[in-house]
Design a protein around this ligand. Structure first.
Ligand code: DQQ
Length: 593
């Protein structure tokens, strides 16, 4: 009897609290989910440190966030869901938080859309994706953690389709719709993709998994989106890559810069498969052929299909997801910027993690890689432009870019390079750009480069984040190395200051090379070669904050480099909206964006 009451009492208590919170209506609804799994440990943040909070990146007022989930454009509204811990600044107690926007820059927060409430997700609502079904019905597929800690795939629908914000979501009782049976490891089975429909009328969806060290995108098929059957083989798998989290699979046009609906297939497309490697905590993608009759994806042979493959972003970036924005005919990529700060310090600050500025993603004209560029809407925040033309940067020169609020800025630079004759010789054994950037840091003089930007820099330069290039001469070609060197980004010691690097596959025919950096207090998103390589850094300077932060252009190579043009803007704060309807502004997209 005693044992029985020990079991029953907490359950009654939980049910009572759930009922009570539902009566409250839960303006911030997050609270409701506190009570659903009280056994999970979390620490309530007491201080919400404002100094490093971003001004125009997506970041909730407090607590932990990770993966972007189920982004979609529905009836004129952008929805972003994301993994969120309502109870503190470390991972745990995960729900799907929800915000809506008209432009993906200014957001209106809503209560969490999906949170543990049924047996099939009682221990957590993990990542997933949205699919718009025929009849304009959005469906979310997500991973639930059941009482036995099994990862199962569930479906949810909006409760009220006439609600423009789709605030409430229903989870049918027929969940889970996909279970880890047939030998699937139930703790490595998660993150369903957006589904697509073949010409045979069958829906398809991928779930990330692994068999021993082989990463896999397991394929399921369904006629009715309710009953799903596992295909005899994964859509794709790769030996030695470990667990594939957050797979993403979508077509890209070989003919134009527009995006394509996930279901689209034709002669003028290639497909992209991106996976997030749980073992390495970074992602890679391949471009290849989707052979739909066989439901097989074959990456192009020239591309590495393992952890040395192409990456969306070579910095702090993980668990990304795309969606097709049919309002503007583009494919949008969201990524989670994970922390460089320690868990303890995140808890002191009261928050951890942000989302990148959404990027338009498309196939490069050379068909060999993707190109990314911040959505044009971010330009609505630009103010007080500063322009600079034809400035020659001599060896060792440092140029202070004045007139902007340097900790919250957008900078675009175009460099003109000198003759390549004097470029350093590239050693073919340098295969890892990150290692090369660490070895040839910004203080190591080269010939053409290092040149670039010092962002979030203090006046005395004892703190700065250096985003820069070096150009090498290899047999019959040039090698462009792009680095984001965080080693001096802060005087603090307990922060991750890893230097990141990428090779930029860019045509230097006209001797021009571009760099754009979105600087936002504790984040620097950089785009080299017009978006052919991207590196995101999370930095916590101690001196280069507020009005003390500066922006410099520099050249520490022996050869002069010219700034053809530099444009910089102070960026406004993104707004937190109470109502979307009053704030809709039409934004003209630049050609190609
Ligand atoms: N984050 C989610 C998982 C996913 C991981 C849990 C990736 O669904 O695999 O918060 O960051």
């Amino acid at each position: 009897m005693m044992a029985m009451s020990k079991l029953v009492f907490p359950v009654i208590w939980v049910l009572f609290l759930c009922y009570w919170f539902s009566l409250l209506g839960c303006e911030n609804g997050v609270e409701a989910s506190h009570v659903l799994y009280p056994h999970l440990k979390s620490v309530e943040a007491s201080i919400v440190d404002k100094r490093y909070r971003t001004g125009y990146h997506f970041q909730p007022p407090k607590n932990w966030i990770n993966d972007p989930n189920g982004p979609m454009y529905y009836n004129g509204v952008y929805h972003l869901f994301y993994q969120y811990n309502p109870k503190g600044a470390r991972w745990g107690n995960i729900v799907w938080a929800h915000s809506v926007s008209m432009d993906m820059i200014n957001w209106m927060p809503l209560k969490p859309a999906i949170y543990p409430s049924k047996l099939f997700d009682i221990k957590g609502c993990w990542s997933g994706s949205a699919t718009i079904l025929p009849g304009n019905l959005p469906a979310i597929l997500y991973t639930g953690i059941d009482p036995e800690d099994r990862q199962v795939q569930n479906i949810a629908f909006p409760k009220n389709l006439s609600d423009p914000y789709l605030i409430e979501w229903d989870k049918p009782d027929y969940n889970p719709i996909i279970e880890p049976i047939d030998g699937i490891n139930s703790s490595s089975f998660r993150d369903p993709t957006t589904a697509w429909r073949g010409s045979d009328g069958w829906w398809r969806v991928l779930v990330g998994s692994k068999t021993r060290k082989r990463g896999e995108a397991i394929l399921y098929r369904s006629r009715d989106f309710k009953n799903w059957v596992k295909a005899p083989h994964p859509l794709h798998s790769s030996q030695g890559t470990g667990m594939w989290e957050c797979p993403d699979f979508y077509p890209v046009s070989t003919k134009g810069e527009h995006g394509l609906n996930t279901t689209y297939n034709g002669d003028d497309v290639k497909h992209v498969l991106k996976v997030s490697l749980d073992d390495k905590k970074f992602e890679y993608y391949t471009i290849g052929q989707y052979m739909h009759e066989m439901d097989l994806y074959v990456p192009d042979r020239t591309l590495a299909d393992n952890s040395s493959g192409l990456r969306y972003d070579y910095g702090k970036y993980y668990a990304s997801k795309t969606f097709f924005d049919d309002g503007k005919n583009r494919r949008i990529l969201w990524g989670w910027v994970n922390e460089s700060d320690s868990v303890t310090d995140s808890e002191t600050k009261g928050w951890a993690g942000v989302q990148t500025i959404p990027r338009v993603v498309r196939l490069d004209k050379n068909g060999k890689q993707l190109v990314q560029w911040p959505i044009a809407e971010v330009k609505t925040l630009r103010r007080k432009p500063v322009h600079l033309h034809h400035k020659k940067l001599m060896k060792g020169e440092l140029f202070h870019v004045k007139g902007i609020i340097a900790p919250q800025a957008d900078v675009e630079v175009e460099f003109r390079l000198p003759s390549f004759d004097k470029a350093e010789i590239f050693d073919p054994s340098w295969v890892d750009p990150q290692i090369l950037c660490s070895q040839k840091g910004v203080q190591v003089e080269g010939s053409i480069g290092p040149f670039g930007l010092f962002v979030l820099a203090s006046e005395s330069l004892d703190e700065y984040t250096a985003v820069f290039f070096r150009i090498f001469k290899a047999k019959d070609k040039h090698v462009v190395l792009m680095c984001s060197d965080q080693s001096r980004s802060t005087l603090r010691t307990e922060v991750d200051k890893t230097t990141y690097g990428a090779f930029v596959d860019v045509d230097l025919k006209h001797g021009k090379l571009s760099l754009r950096s979105l600087i936002d207090r504790s984040i620097v998103e950089s785009f080299g070669g017009e978006g052919r390589a991207c590196i995101t850094a999370r930095v916590y300077p101690t001196k280069a904050v507020g009005s003390q932060a500066r922006l410099y252009a520099f050249n520490y190579g022996s050869e002069p480099v010219r700034i053809l043009k530099l444009k910089a803007w102070t960026m406004l704060y993104a707004r937190t909206l109470n109502d979307l309807r009053s704030t809709h502004t039409e934004i003209q997209l630049e050609q190609g964006e």
